[in-house]
Design a binder for this molecule. Sequence first.
Ligand code: ZN
Ligand code: ZN
Length: 370
Amino acid sequence: MRTKERRQKLLAQLESKGVDALLVATPENRRYLSGFSGSAGYLLLGPQHNQIVADGRYWAQCAEQCADLDLVKFRQEDFKSLIDCAAAQISGDSGILGVEGRNMVVADFQALQRALPEGWSVQSVESCVEDIRQLKDQEELELMRRAAQIGDQAFRKALECLKEGIRERDFCLELEYQMQKLGARKPAFDSIVASGPNGAFPHAGVTDRVIQKHELITVDFGAYRDGYNSDITRTIWVGQLNERNRFIYESVRQAQQRAVDAVKPGKTCKEIDAVARQSLLDAGLGEYFTHGLGHGIGLAVHELPGVRSTSDVVLEPGMVITIEPGVYIPGETGCRVEDSVLVTADGCEKLTRSAYQEVGQSHPLETVGA
Ligand code: ZN
Ligand code: ZN
């Protein structure tokens, strides 16, 4: 496991932020730093701290997944709550305890303040672990490739049942069933199958609407496995597109491809966003691209860096981001194309590899020119 290396990086971060220890409760951060995949527990990390605090459901799991941390066994007869138990592990006369301010609830913050030894204070630190998580190590990339591959294979399989007259819901079920059959623990997020006018909602869900011929269908989905997520969108159709839909689709495809081609180390996230945005502006569709271009992905579906017009983050090899321009025309239709890409030394590599339907194909699985 690379968890030890990750904790080393964390120590450097803590020092630079002037914090003596960090209390980690965010599930993704906890898993990243310890390997522990349970749903509850605290890590207490710092130069003088190397503990995991967990209740009886997880003692055996901790011993297996993070034997290099000191396991503190929380028992209800000893402490009111898990956080009181964590606070009691603080050693040293005085210091500053960092907490994940973005994710901590007020009640826990107050409990912690009450329980901390005198001389210690609490300070919110932002994106301390999330910053480190931006650069994926080899172990993570292997897991992310696997999650992406499951999504691709499941999509290919689900397309076999795509036809005129199928409900959005049934196609979605088939896709999620195939992902889980291929090894996903669950979908990475609520899948989107948005046909015709439903596509105009960027975060449409799934309805009972019956899929018609000749309309655009946005399918946004991903697989969750071993803690990691994949995220991909394909816009597909059955039959032939009219000129308008064809133009929309080709414009989005082109914007997406241009942005993917622009990804390389040294570029800022906002520069990549601008490439796709300009492409859609030139096509006269700029006003319908109403969200950021993409996001980092890994243990969380949405993580750092945000790929949007306000982000000065400079791309580095090892970052994994999505590139997902879309066009949403209220009452009419919508279209999005998304891939997850790994920033490499000289460009990027697509982790998601499903085929794009080509204009002229009357079904995504149709062999062109056969
Ligand atoms: Zn997506
Ligand atoms: Zn996405």
